[in-house]
Design a binder for this molecule. Sequence first.
Ligand code: ADP
Length: 477
Amino acid sequence: MKSQKRSVRTVLSGYLAAFLLAAIAILWLVQTVFLQSFYEKTKYSQAKQVGVMAAQNFHEVFIAADFSNRGFAVSMRNAAKENEATVAVCDEFGFIYATFGDFQFDNIISLLRPHQLYQIYALAANSGGEYTEALTTRFERESPDTILAAKIIPGSDRDFMLLVSTDIVAMTSVKKTLRAQLLVVSCLLLAIAFAMAALLSTKITSPLAQMAQMSSKLAMGEYSVSFSPGEYKESEDLAASLNYAAMKMSEVETLRRDLVANVSHDLRTPLTMIRGYAELMRDLPGEDTTENLQSIIDETSRLSSLVDSLLGYSRLQAGAQDIDVSPFDLVALARLAVSRFAPYLEGSRFEMEFKASQESIIALGDEAKIGQVVYNFIDNAIKHSNGPNRAVVDIYTEEGRAKVSVSDFGIGIPESAIGEIWERYYAVRDGHIQKDAGTGLGLSIAKSILEAHKSNYGVLSKLGEGSVFFFDLELDG
Ligand code: ADP
């Protein structure tokens, strides 16, 4: 089924386009809709600023009424030029003392009569010394075309009025140009945005797509795949996690294969023996002996113990170790376990020693499961004995608890592996194939049984010298 989700490219293009449209809308408003009022506001403040500047910088010029002062004249002329304005200094009676700037024939200041100048003076005087007005002087214009700004500046025997006039141009054609420009710019920016979205999304998604492809290979069982990190931190993290997952999956796969190989090997050996003995007894009349029958029985019990550990393993996987606690004789249990190995050791030079501090030690626990643990410890001691050797099974009490230790003088366990041998499938590999390679399940099952008993258990081992596996149990009463 095709996914209904949108691609990164579509989303990114959408966001970029939305961002651009918002930016363009703002530009549109500023440049066209509000252009005229921005322009007029700027003109107003520029015209007012000339008066403020004159009052601040040329205070003495007004006190001395010396308007031909060079500094003042240059400054006023420049201000007029910069602001496309005309500047005049007059008094209350409309008498003009000086003018600066380009006075055209229709300049408002030159058209004003003395009494009109007086009126402006009065308006400024009444509103704190400053007055501005937008006037429509040309009859063909519908909106104001001139700004008049007046500022009263004190002199010695009389006060003066600095009058600034500046034209307001209609922005119609400017607006048209801007609009056309904006249209072209918008189209260009949109094209760039889409190109960028395409580029960015490819950059972001290509490592993802590659990883998706690799993941499906992984799912098909190709554990050697390697996820490349891409350019970004996020894709790098993802690749690292996936590589880790691939590594773990491949480990599990190897363990699974080993397990199947080991289990089939373990199943085949007793089966071959049973068949051998049975055939022997069928074909040769004198071979119908109790010993041969016993061998068949022993091999079947090996098979059942293997099946037991597989069952234990599946329970372990389910996470459940239900224990059935009751008092039992630990010495008798351990003795029985040791005796089960006697037939195998017969004729071999392996010595099995059994020690018990008391005739019987009654402990609390699940007898069958503890038997499994003791059996596993002894089995391991024999398996890892490295030729003719010996093992000691010791049952005693210490600090109010029943204790079991199984010591061997075999190959020992490397220090680095001590913590791991209790894990599932773990088997210390020394580079060459182990003849008696087990399933790597025995100790993990023992661990879960002992933990369910809240037992203190562990191993002390030295490579080349041997190991001591031990655990304890609560005493009854
Ligand atoms: P296995 O079926 O392989 O024996 P276990 O879980 O019983 O599985 O043991 C795990 C691994 O721990 C063994 O493969 C072996 O490498 C190591 N080990 C266990 N007991 C001993 C021992 N007595 N001496 C040396 N190594 C041991």
